[in-house]
Design a binder for this molecule. Structure first.
Ligand SMILES: NC(=O)c1ccc[n+]([C@@H]2O[C@H](COP(=O)([O-])OP(=O)(O)OC[C@H]3O[C@@H](n4cnc5c(N)ncnc54)[C@H](OP(=O)(O)O)[C@@H]3O)[C@@H](O)[C@H]2O)c1
Length: 272
């Protein structure tokens, strides 16, 4: 399938104001789609809308995906303005750093609210429009959901829930021709001010010095999942190798994860 299919279509990218979501919105807009982006921070939304305008038609909408009524209102706005929704990218998400022992229950709840429920609410309200368009819904997950990693348990668990959720949705919408995809993103370049939760609930700027993919590369993979109607994609070479080892050699996986995370301490590092 070529990118022409997106011309004149309508897409919503949650968390499209920053990072990977913004670059996914840019790509979809450059292919001729009307793109809606959402996030909580109004300034970031305005800046993103401005920067994406050169790519195509982009509309910003302030919405916290943890609020089901706000999700419903955004889908209603799209229906009123465009009469259709062809692509939903459930990308809004936040990560955390801290052991399960140190994590407060509040941080555990926030992870589930943003990463799992935020995507679930939006998909729920979009079902009718996606059925009418025989469209696509993509859930943006992480390698940390394929096998729990130390220091980010509640984050990985909240994203792992998306696998079962997307499988159920795929079966439920199969007869309507709706495509449901799941993309496990690997280490991707961050915006310089990207923040994550610490175990005590405070926010910290992430300090990652290495990444395997640029935001544009990751966005291209997400768009490729839409265009080729792929079920599931595991990104980066490290991710693909890890996925295989996790499934074939679970004990070896535990040992390798421990070794890898000890060596690559910047997986956990936040700027103090
Ligand atoms: N970067 C990586 O290496 C990596 C690796 C694996 C998976 N991922 C996944 O890829 C996705 C994007 O990551 P990123 O690195 O681009 O993160 P990012 O730069 O922090 O962007 C996250 C986006 O989500 C929005 N968001 C967060 N909480 C929200 C909420 N409650 N309601 C609405 N919007 C919300 C943010 O806007 P506001 O803050 O204004 O709300 C922002 O637009 C996430 O789902 C993440 O888990 C990223």
């Amino acid at each position: 399938m070529n990118s022409q299919v997106l011309h004149g279509r309508t897409a919503l990218v949650t968390g499209g104001s920053k990072g990977i979501g913004r670059e996914t919105a840019r790509l979809l807009a450059s292919m001729g789609a009307q793109v809606y982006i959402c996030g909580r921070d109004r300034n970031a939304l305005t800046a993103a809308e401005g920067s994406l305008r050169t790519a195509g038609r982009v509309h910003a909408h302030q919405c916290d995906v943890r609020d089901p009524e706000a999700c419903m209102a955004l889908i209603a706005r799209i229906e009123n303005e465009q009469g259709r929704l062809d692509v939903l990218v459930c990308n809004a998400g936040m990560s955390m750093r801290g052991t399960i022992e140190a994590c407060t229950p509040e941080v555990m709840r926030i992870m589930a609210d943003i990463n799992y429920l935020g995507a679930a609410y939006m998909a729920h309200f979009a079902c009718g429009l996606l059925k009418a368009s025989r469209g696509s819904v993509i859930f943006v997950s992480t390698l940390a959901s394929l096998h729990g990693l130390p220091g980010m348990g509640p984050y990985g668990a909240s994203k792992a829930a998306l696998r079962a959720f997307s499988q159920s949705l795929r079966s439920e919408l199969a007869s309507w021709g709706v495509h449901v995809g799941l993309v496990h993103v690997g280490f991707t370049e961050n915006d310089h001010d990207k923040s994550v939760y610490r175990s005590d609930g405070s926010l910290a700027t992430i300090d990652r010095r290495h990444h395997a993919q640029s935001q544009t590369q990751t966005a291209s993979c997400i768009v490729s999942c839409i265009l080729h109607r792929r079920r599931e994609m595991v990104l980066t070479r490290l991710g693909a190798a890890a996925d295989l080892i996790y499934r074939l050699f679970p004990k070896l996986s535990d040992a390798l994860i421990l070794r890898y995370t000890r060596r690559n301490t910047d997986m956990y590092r936040t700027a103090e």
